[in-house]
Design a protein around this ligand. Structure first.
Ligand SMILES: *Cc1c(COP(=O)(O)O)cnc(C)c1O
Length: 425
């Protein structure tokens, strides 16, 4: 398709957009009475309008039933989380029993490390990407120290090549083979938060497992954004948050994947609590821990139902639309956004550069040459909500659920105006 940088053309793309009606299913912040152009869905997804009803339902049940709500609510609280597993399994390409919802992302990574990072004197190293999301770095460093190893020795970072903005799969595979029988774990962010790169999770998982290591993925920026086949790729474990592309609200519950191979084991190392025991016998309050047959065995505490409610509302939207349709729109809207950026870049002569490689989801990261925070501030002031990363990168996530093609066109105009204004000064 021959794209055009015009309002008419963008509107034509919107008319042909199968997901168009979902835009109205979300609340948009407004600036000067106009909906903002929202590019921050990789940080905090917009609120679906239906979410309030799900939360209200829990509040009303609590009002009217109090403790009885655990068993007698319309959606009983004691197994409320089970409603999320099936739709979530579809989003991440897992079997229903491999998925659970609990806690928070970094906490869950720590819990999963208890099971899947079991270093020995010989096999104790972890491979991750350089400059991983800080929380993941702190998590890995503290785990390594907890086991009595030195992070500078035990954590092996795969670097980007000089002058390149992305990681090469071949470099990751080479590092895996080099560390070889010292490698205990590969843990990488499936989609990099900074440059938006999607890692070749299938190939990397295969390579890590072939040298005898466990392979886990932090899917914070991947879930609800790109195609995942965790079961088929034979990933050992994964975790993600629900507040980015999953639109479930600030700090909301996390999700975990634990491969079927690791389920139904009484002897697997794991930190346990009462919500991981079989629900049939849970309230007999017996001293022995009898794990559930599924990933819920990793649940420690009873989950916050007020957090699960927005997550369920969001998952029902993913269920209605399906990842395939979302990815289809994502592929078009990101290419259109890139086209708009190229057009503007020609008009204002080399003012910026897209650093996201072609393996990507809906995020483009733009490196600004000779412009700084003032350009970003111009965008925010003019109704473009994006995200700024030092030293001078703007991250733009064109979330297919609610971003329109017209948004992309209008963004281009605001960007051009900002660059011209800054250049004049
Ligand atoms: C957003 C994000 C986190 C956030 O961790 P929380 O425990 O939810 O605060 C962690 N890791 C990555 C890669 C992220 O993108």
């Amino acid at each position: 398709m021959q794209f055009q940088n015009t309002l008419e053309f963008a509107q034509k793309l919107d008319v042909g957009d199968a997901l168009r009606k979902y835009r109205d299913e979300f609340h948009f912040p407004k600036i000067d009475g106009k909906k903002v152009i929202y590019f921050a869905g990789n940080s905090l997804g917009l609120q679906p309008k239906r979410t309030k009803n799900y939360v209200d339902e829990v509040m009303v049940d609590w009002t009217e039933l109090a403790v009885e709500g655990h068993f007698h609510s319309k959606k009983p609280w004691w197994d409320y989380h089970e409603r999320l597993a099936a739709p979530l399994a579809k989003v991440v390409g897992a079997k229903v029993e491999e998925v659970s919802v609990m806690g928070a992302l970094t906490v869950n990574l720590h819990l999963l490390m208890v099971s899947f990072f079991r270093p020995t004197a010989k096999r104790y190293k972890i491979i991750c990407e350089e400059k991983a999301f800080p929380s993941d770095q702190y998590m890995l460093q503290s785990q390594v120290r907890f086991h009595g190893f030195d992070p500078s020795d035990a954590i092996v970072e795969v670097k980007k090549r000089d002058g390149e903005h992305y990681w090469r799969t071949e470099d990751i595979l080479a590092k895996i083979n080099e560390v070889g029988d010292e490698l205990a774990l590969v843990l990488i962010g499936g989609v990099n938060y900074y440059n938006g790169q999607v890692f070749d999770m299938k190939t990397i998982t295969e390579a890590g497992r072939s040298v005898g290591a466990k392979v886990g993925w932090d899917l914070a920026h991947a879930v609800g954004n790109v195609e995942l086949k965790l079961h088929d790729w034979d990933v050992d474990f994964a975790a993600w948050c629900s507040y980015k592309y999953m639109n479930s609200g600030p700090g909301n519950a996390s999700g975990v994947f634990i491969n079927q191979r690791h389920l139904n084991k009484k002897d697997i190392p794991r930190f346990e609590g009462w919500w991981g025991t079989k629900k049939e016998t849970r309230f007999l309050m017996k001293p022995e821990f009898e794990p559930t047959q599924n990933a819920d065995a990793w649940q420690v505490s009873n989950p916050s139902v007020l957090s699960l409610a927005p997550y369920l509302a969001s998952l029902e939207m993913f269920e209605e639309v399906g990842m395939q349709a979302l990815i289809k729109k994502q592929k078009t809207i990101v290419v259109y956004l890139e086209f708009i950026l190229q057009e503007i870049d020609q008009e204002v002569v080399g003012s910026f550069e897209v650093i996201t490689p072609n393996d990507r989801g809906c995020q483009l990261s733009v490196f600004l040459h000779g412009h700084g925070k003032e350009l970003f501030d111009h965008l925010m002031k003019n109704g473009v909500v994006a995200d700024w990363r030092e030293p001078n990168v703007i991250r733009l996530a064109a979330a297919p659920f609610y971003c329109s093609f017209e948004d992309m066109y209008r963004f281009g105009q605001v960007l051009k105006e900002g660059i011209l204004k800054n250049t004049k000064r």
